[in-house]
Design a protein around this ligand. Sequence first.
Ligand SMILES: NC(=O)c1ccc[n+]([C@@H]2O[C@H](COP(=O)([O-])OP(=O)(O)OC[C@H]3O[C@@H](n4cnc5c(N)ncnc54)[C@H](O)[C@@H]3O)[C@@H](O)[C@H]2O)c1
Length: 331
Amino acid sequence: MEILAFGVQADEKPLIERAFRDLEDIRCLDVFLNEDTAPIAAGHEIVSTSVNADLGAAVLEILAAGGIRMVAQRSTGFNNVDLEAAERLGMTVARVSYYSPYSVAEFAWALAMAVNRRIVRASIRTRDFDFRLHGLMGRDLHGRTAGVLGTGKIGEAFARIAHGFGMRLLGWDVAENPACAELGMRYVPKEELFARSDLITLHVPLMAETRHLIDASALKAMRDDAILVNSSRGGLIDSAALVGELRAGRFTGVGLDVYEAEAGLFYLDKSLEAVEDDTLARLVTFPNVLVTSHQAYYTEDAVGQIVDATARNVLDYREGRRSENVLVPRS
Ligand SMILES: NC(=O)c1ccc[n+]([C@@H]2O[C@H](COP(=O)([O-])OP(=O)(O)OC[C@H]3O[C@@H](n4cnc5c(N)ncnc54)[C@H](O)[C@@H]3O)[C@@H](O)[C@H]2O)c1
């Protein structure tokens, strides 16, 4: 029976078709799953969804009523899925627990470098044949301190890059990663990390305990000239509080690949519509802020691994096997 894949990017489609070629028929839609689009899935048993899919209780109920039994999420993070509702509805939900952490870590590093060295502003200037240097001065990162919040797979990959650039490393996590300790990372309370880091990067998952981990008081605890990068989940930062600090002229640079209200905006062309989100509209106007559209994972390598793992998740479901990628049922 055909699988329906929501939120498929044009570059991703051939990779999905290749991964499922010898397995099942799969139809790729570019629309994202939400309450309006969920009825399209009626009559299918399996849907595959992308990072910004709405898999809240209301959508899951529409899917279940349409006969859907399995959701194959094409991402690591699953903060968008109401797991209790899925369990109650007797659905299987699987995600991709591992793919290239280098994709995200390298992008986070690119954001840090871009805001530090004013790459975007420089590019805009040279396109306009303005070759002055005024306002483009950055800082060496060698010898400075990187604070990594969340030292799992992506945090570790970031730490290796920062270490290669000669940065000192501070870490904060509920569990220490020995590979990071071997790089010389010192685990400290997050308040110390905020106060001492020149570059702060977020790699913890979004969950109840980490929502607005970076709130007004965390932002105030950071150095005025810090670089802050978020390539994990938008909800980790209180964006309104961030705007307040930026208005006060703080921070060398802020690189955001994710934004707390990104669903319904990111991955879509909204350029011809009136801007409704005042916080995002303000964020993109700061000269020291760089916003990208949740693209850190978007490399051939990572997307290839994500779709291959999704195909394996579907096969496991069909053949009644349980893997570490299954979120629901819980046992
Ligand atoms: N922007 C993107 O394209 C993109 C792509 C993939 C993943 N991500 C995000 O990156 C996150 C990290 O991915 P990963 O593969 O490194 O995950 P991981 O599970 O390997 O690492 C997460 C780390 O966070 C720590 N952690 C969990 N809960 C915590 C808490 N309450 N307080 C402190 N630390 C806590 C864990 O101990 C772990 O070390 C994902 O959850 C996802 O949100 C973003």
